[in-house]
Ligand binder design. Structure first.
Ligand code: NOJ
Ligand code: MG
Length: 578
């Protein structure tokens, strides 16, 4: 080792020792805002950025560290903002760039971090880049994936059998260019060609633009779709093999996705973006900027997004294990497996994250039963690492009823009335419930873009503030517990006590032991925690109870006999430190 590198190493170690504090995001509580449905400030029935700004104090009230906002950039709204026509402009429906800047400034005052939804896989077909690409302009002609298709008996056929997530062929014929373009989602969402370095640079500049504007990071949309298999020497793409469980060529599941998602190049894009964030921080200072990536991939592939031996990846590759694998009847062993599997597959030195809902999934209370709302909030917020909560889940909001006539989600509208409910994402996107007054206090107008859910008078911020054991107050109590050193930094053991009860032990030398307990089903259960954890202190007290509990906060309980009511979840704290 040269003298210089020894000095650098020593300096590095010194820095580590001084700056021992964990980065802000590592144990952060994230909150996803779907701006259309959060708060409407101008009475048009659609939420907007000034509405978000107005409610930033609410985020503070519920202990949120950072908020990821679904897209509010210029868009024809074919997929409600996930079809962007200008990556550097705010859509007038949501406000102006000035409104955005005010929101960021207010968030900074309150110390709430702002995370932008970055949608790199596709643009809108109304994006200038696509229009120029379709017109064959030299610089832009390869910005998207184009192919003439094939002529068979005088009839034009798409290049492959690839299917769009929103049903139907993933190829759309473009009259102007006389070629097909690829769209893995809506036909108004053409896929970018990430094999074109100019496109990559264009997207890098989008990141830089918003970093300059003061965002703290990005949620990266649909990253696993970014690359498709490379075309062969003739410029052709292969068909995907068939799945045998549907004969409907328009159904997304018709093909086995080996060429359209999870290509080996994809995580490297994220590594490249992480470098841009690091570079920006180096030049501008401030707290670490982060990437949260959306990839519905097998868990082994998800892990690549954390980075590899030579490159850093996303700090938060979304952990969808609980969303994808748990259902109503899953037992405690299943929960235990999914949680421990993530923790054990995660590369050394990385942090966990836990997600249970978002704007694409039915509400937690509708998927798992309204009785399990606190249970999932307690699980998410007492596991190690960061939690990600979708707006309204802190209130236990349920799916709103949206009739077929009122349905607007393209994923449902592209299908049939018979099964639209199974496809529609509208029920999880109905307006947020602020009060028990008119239209749940969401708007001063007379109408809303999706109907307000019928139970709003029961589940809303105003009413729940006043009920000591409401979902909202349980959520706030959890945020206080997250400040405890044990829950913030402690080690974790996750065990099923039986098929019915899950236990999460958090412990840290010199501090209290915390145990969260989850009675998943509807029987009364009595558990002896010594059956699953060794060396526990004998005595505990209730550190968090819910409206299901017959115990009070602070009541004493022995580790050898804890009784749980149906669907009850609690947090216990040892009476002595370890
Ligand atoms: C994932 C987003 O969460 C979803 O709402 C959207 O439709 C697709 N990506 C396409 O952008
Ligand atoms: Mg509005």
């Amino acid at each position: 080792m040269t003298t210089w590198s020894s000095i650098a190493l020593l300096l590095g170690l010194g820095l580590l020792a001084v700056d021992a504090a964990a980065p802000w995001w590592q144990t952060a509580s994230f909150y996803q805002i779907y701006p259309r449905s959060f708060k409407d400030s101008d009475g048009d029935g659609i939420g907007d950025l000034n509405g978000v700004t107005e409610k930033l104090e609410y985020l503070k009230e519920i202990g949120v560290t950072a908020t990821w906002l679904s897209p509010f950039l210029r868009s024809p709204m074919a997929d409600f903002g996930y079809d962007i026509s200008d990556f550097k402009e705010v859509d007038p429906l949501f406000g102006t760039m000035e409104d955005f800047e005010n929101m960021v400034a207010r968030a900074k005052q309150l110390n709430v971090k702002i995370i932008l939804d970055f949608v790199p896989n596709h643009s809108s077909d109304e994006c200038d880049w696509f229009i120029r690409s379709a017109a064959g302009e030299e610089k832009y002609k390869d910005y998207y994936i184009w192919h003439p298709g094939f002529l068979e008996n005088g009839e034009r056929k798409p290049p492959t059998n690839w299917v769009s997530v929103f049903r139907g062929s993933a190829w759309e014929w473009h009259e102007g260019r006389q070629e097909y373009y690829l769209h893995q989602f809506h036909k108004k969402q053409p896929d970018f060609n990430f094999r074109n370095p100019v496109v990559r640079e264009e997207m890098n500049n989008v990141l830089r633009f918003w970093l300059e504007k003061g965002v703290d990071g990005f949620r990266v949309d649909a990253i696993y779709h970014a690359f498709e298999v490379e075309a062969d020497a003739n410029g052709n793409y292969p068909d995907e093999p068939r799945n045998d469980w549907t004969n409907d060529p328009d159904e997304y599941g018709y093909t086995h996705k080996i060429y359209t998602v999870d290509q080996p190049e994809t995580p490297h894009l994220v590594y490249e973006w992480r470098e841009i964030l690091e570079q920006f921080q180096k030049e501008n200072g401030g707290d670490e900027r982060i990437l949260m990536v959306e990839t519905w991939s097998p868990i082994e592939i998800v892990m690549h997004y954390y980075g590899n031996e030579t490159a850093e990846g996303a700090q938060i590759p979304f952990n969808f294990q609980l969303i994808s694998n748990l259902h109503m009847d899953s037992d405690a062993y299943h929960y235990e497996y999914l949680i421990n599997n993530w923790l054990s597959l995660m590369p050394t030195g990385k942090s966990a994250n836990w997600v249970i809902g978002n704007h694409d999934k039915n509400r937690v209370g509708s998927r798992f039963g309204a009785d399990r709302v606190d249970l999932f909030n307690i699980l998410l917020l007492t596991l190690p690492g960061c939690s990600i909560t979708y707006q309204g889940e802190e209130l236990g909001m349920l799916d709103g009823y949206v009739s077929w006539e009122d349905t607007v989600d393209p994923q449902a509208c592209n299908g049939y009335e018979e099964n639209y409910m199974a496809m529609s994402r509208d029920p999880a996107r109905t307006p947020m419930h602020w009060t028990n007054g008119k239209l749940a206090g969401f708007t001063s107008g007379s109408d809303t873009w999706l109907p307000v859910a019928q139970d709003y008078a029961q589940r809303n911020v105003q009413t729940e503030r006043g009920a000591p054991l409401s979902h909202l107050n349980v959520f706030k109590r959890l945020q206080q517990l997250r400040q405890e050193p044990t829950i913030e930094q402690g080690a974790t053991e996750v065990k099923a006590v039986s098929g019915y009860v899950l236990a999460v032990k958090r412990y840290l030398s010199g501090n209290y032991v915390y145990i969260s307990l989850f009675n998943i089903f509807d029987n009364i259960e009595n558990v002896n925690l010594n059956d699953v954890f060794s060396g526990l202190p004998d005595n505990f007290q209730y550190a968090l109870v819910t409206d299901k509990s017959i115990k009070q906060l602070g009541d004493k309980v022995s580790a050898s006999s804890v009784t749980l009511m149906p669907h009850e979840a609690v947090v216990l704290r040892s009476t002595t430190t370890i």
